[in-house]
Design a protein around this ligand. Structure first.
Ligand code: NAD
Length: 257
């Protein structure tokens, strides 16, 4: 459990499942102490207990990213757990595949609230603690959906595009505080968000694999590695950017092999 992140503390919001859970595992593997936050309190506790049982340092808190006071309280709890906070990774998310013309206002606002405003809530709550850290970092989660035309993802793409714009703005505004902020934009990843849609027939695994130049979906750990890099001092001069982790999905053009 000893690694380059030894002693550093990260808050992973949405850490009870999928990319968030894989990020918790990857950071712990690199020697970080991790606070696992999620609206799924039992899930967060399960992940933290699993880490603790295997000798790592993890602590669970409950947080709903749609509620500012919940995010502020969870972030305070996280910073007080080990007396420092070095990185925050807002990873919570849901999907809404409604067609754009029939998407209800309430659904649109809910998606923007969870993804875009939720990310802003997480980073603003962490700001005072990150200002005290030696090499503070934020890694937000975008998607390839912000980079290519993605049907039936109006609210999702609006939110993810907004997250990338927020990353650029805060990278400049918070640079005087030493805070780096970047985003990771994954392609299709084998998490419950996607596997449930496949199991329920809303997505077809074969179609997704055929779209990928590597002919497969990403494993959550492959996204977590990129997140852990951007959170670490190894990325000390990387800020304001979005790292596509999509197996060349977005650069694939109509060209034969
Ligand atoms: P997931 O469903 O496995 O995990 C999402 C987690 O977010 C869950 O633990 C859930 O409880 C939590 N969550 C949801 N709403 C919340 C809220 N209001 N407050 C706090 N926690 C909340 O999904 P995932 O695939 O790991 O997604 C993680 C992030 O990655 C999301 O932002 C998603 O949009 C993004 N992403 C996923 C993919 C993919 O293919 N899976 C691709 C690109 C981007």
């Amino acid at each position: 459990m000893v690694g380059v992140g030894e002693g550093r503390v990260a808050l992973v919001v949405g850490g009870a499942s999928g990319i968030g859970e894989a990020t918790v595992d990857e950071l712990v593997r690199r020697g970080w102490r991790v606070v696992v936050a999620d609206r799924d309190a039992e899930g967060a506790e399960r992940v933290a207990s699993r880490i603790t049982a295997s000798g790592g340092a993890a602590h669970a808190v409950t947080a709903d990213v749609t509620d500012t006071s919940s995010v502020v309280a969870a972030t305070r709890d996280a910073a007080e757990r080990w007396g420092r906070l070095d990185a925050v990774i807002p990873c919570a998310g849901v999907i809404d595949p409604s067609p754009s013309d029939t998407l209800e206002d309430a659904s649109l606002l809910r998606m923007l609230d969870i993804h875009l405003v939720g990310t802003i809530r997480c980073v603003r709550a962490a700001f005072p603690y990150l200002c005290e850290a030696a090499e503070p970092a934020i890694v937000a989660i975008s998607s390839v959906a912000a980079h290519i035309g993605t049907p039936h993802r109006l609210s999702y793409t609006a939110a993810k595009g907004g997250i990338e714009a927020v990353v650029r703005t805060l990278a400049v505004e918070w640079a005087p505080h030493g805070i780096r902020i970047n985003a990771v934009a994954p392609g299709w990843v084998k998490t419950p968000m996607i596997t449930q849609a496949i199991d329920e027939g809303r997505l077809d695994a074969g179609t997704l694999e055929a779209l990928s130049p590597f002919e497969r979906l990403a494993e959550p750990v492959e996204i977590a590695g990129a997140i852990a890099f951007l959170a670490s001092p190894a990325a000390s001069y990387v800020s304001g950017t979005t790292l596509l982790v999509d197996g060349a999905l977005t650069v694939r053009g109509p060209w034969p092999q």
